[in-house]
Write a protein that binds this ligand. Structure first.
Ligand SMILES: Cc1cc2nc3c(=O)[nH]c(=O)nc-3n(C[C@H](O)[C@H](O)[C@H](O)COP(=O)(O)O)c2cc1C
Length: 327
């Protein structure tokens, strides 16, 4: 599959997730076969104010390519300028956020609020597409609320104005992350546009991924929360789609990858180890989900303040599972 001239190999992309899909996690997910990855959303306004935090979020490493930088904002010019700034990190794709429900984003007319103004969506896509020489994609929701389901209209306008792919999260803004994602809307968008459609929402297993392909006809699926503590999901989806045998990760592999993940986080962070560990804590807890005594260990993950402590905790966790005959 191609997004513009960028070849996308693999079966599932990693969704942009602020506070979760940072460079460390994106690199890891690519290692496990994510088709492409997208940065956490970056404020175009922040970029225009020269916020170093905003530009840092745009950094893309070679290990994660192909990668998109996602920007949010509601002024075509500011968005175009932010896209130009992003190009210093040579992303393969620029992605436009039209789905964020957070009040601090949508309350300012950005993110999902853009869907209330399809004409403006088109203007933003056009301005950004004209400003950069890489494909521009958009990520939309089903609509603003149940009374304004307009993903098809917005996707078409984006396509007409130069978008090279559209990712559709099958929930309205009002739903936030609650309820079930509506995959029918993904199928409807797929039938209405010629650019690739990336289906998103509620894929937690490889089986879900395959079902989304079958039920919606989408060109690629995108995984958000299903990747929490589970970068292995990309490997699992590839095996299922290719009909090859899948060997789930052993507990030891999970802990090894958890520790590698933590090393990536602390290694890439500008912060001291103790502060960087704050970023790592939730990830560590997710890797330990679903085992004997997980709740207690997850609590302990939230106290971790060094890599050495994480290593010791992983060993203790493995010992406990072994004592219960779990590998
Ligand atoms: C913690 C978190 C952060 C998110 N941040 C972003 C973001 O920065 N940009 C974006 O377009 N979507 C963001 N999303 C939405 C996801 O990309 C995705 O559309 C949503 O989680 C549904 O997919 P899922 O059911 O596979 O999780 C975020 C979701 C979560 C849970």
């Amino acid at each position: 599959m191609f997004i513009g001239n960028v070849e996308i190999k693999g079966y599932a992309a990693l969704a942009p997730m602020a506070g979760v899909a940072d460079r460390a996690f994106r690199e890891l997910c690519r290692d496990f076969g994510a088709a492409y990855v997208v940065t956490e959303m970056v404020s175009a306004k922040g970029v225009s104010y020269n916020s170093s935090k905003s530009t840092e979020l745009m950094e893309v490493s070679d290990r994660e390519r192909p990668a998109g930088v996602q920007i949010f904002g509601c002024e075509p010019e500011t968005m175009a300028e932010a896209a130009v700034t992003a190009m210093q990190f040579k992303p393969e794709i620029i992605d436009i956020n039209m789905g964020c429900p957070a009040p601090k984003v949508s309350g300012n007319g950005c993110g999902s609020a853009l869907m209330k103004n399809p004409k403006l969506c088109g203007e933003i896509v056009k301005a950004v597409s004209n400003a950069v020489n890489v494909p521009v994609t958009v990520k939309i929701r089903k609509g603003w609320d149940d009374n304004s389901v307009n993903a098809v209209e917005v996707a078409k306008i984006c396509e007409e104005n130069g978008a090279k792919a559209v990712a559709v999260h099958g929930r309205t803004r009002s739903q936030q992350y609650q309820g079930k994602a509506d995959w029918n809307i993904i199928r409807e968008v797929k039938q209405a546009v010629s650019i690739p459609v990336i289906g998103n929402g509620d894929i937690l297993t490889a089986e879900d991924a395959q079902r989304m392909y079958e039920e919606t006809g989408c060109d690629l699926v995108m995984i958000g929360r299903g990747s929490y503590g589970n970068p292995f999901i990309f490997r699992e989806i590839a095996a299922r789609m290719e009909g090859s045998e899948y060997q789930p990760p052993s507990l030891e592999e999970k802990m090894r990858i958890m520790l590698e993940h933590i090393r990536l986080i602390t290694g890439l962070s500008e912060k001291c180890e103790e502060l960087a560990m704050h970023e790592a804590r939730k990830h560590a807890a997710w890797y330990m989900n679903g085992y004997y005594g997980s709740a207690k260990f997850r609590g302990r993950c939230y106290q971790l303040s060094s890599y050495a402590e994480a290593e010791a905790l992983a060993e203790e966790f493995i010992e406990l599972q072994r004592s219960r005959g779990i590998n």
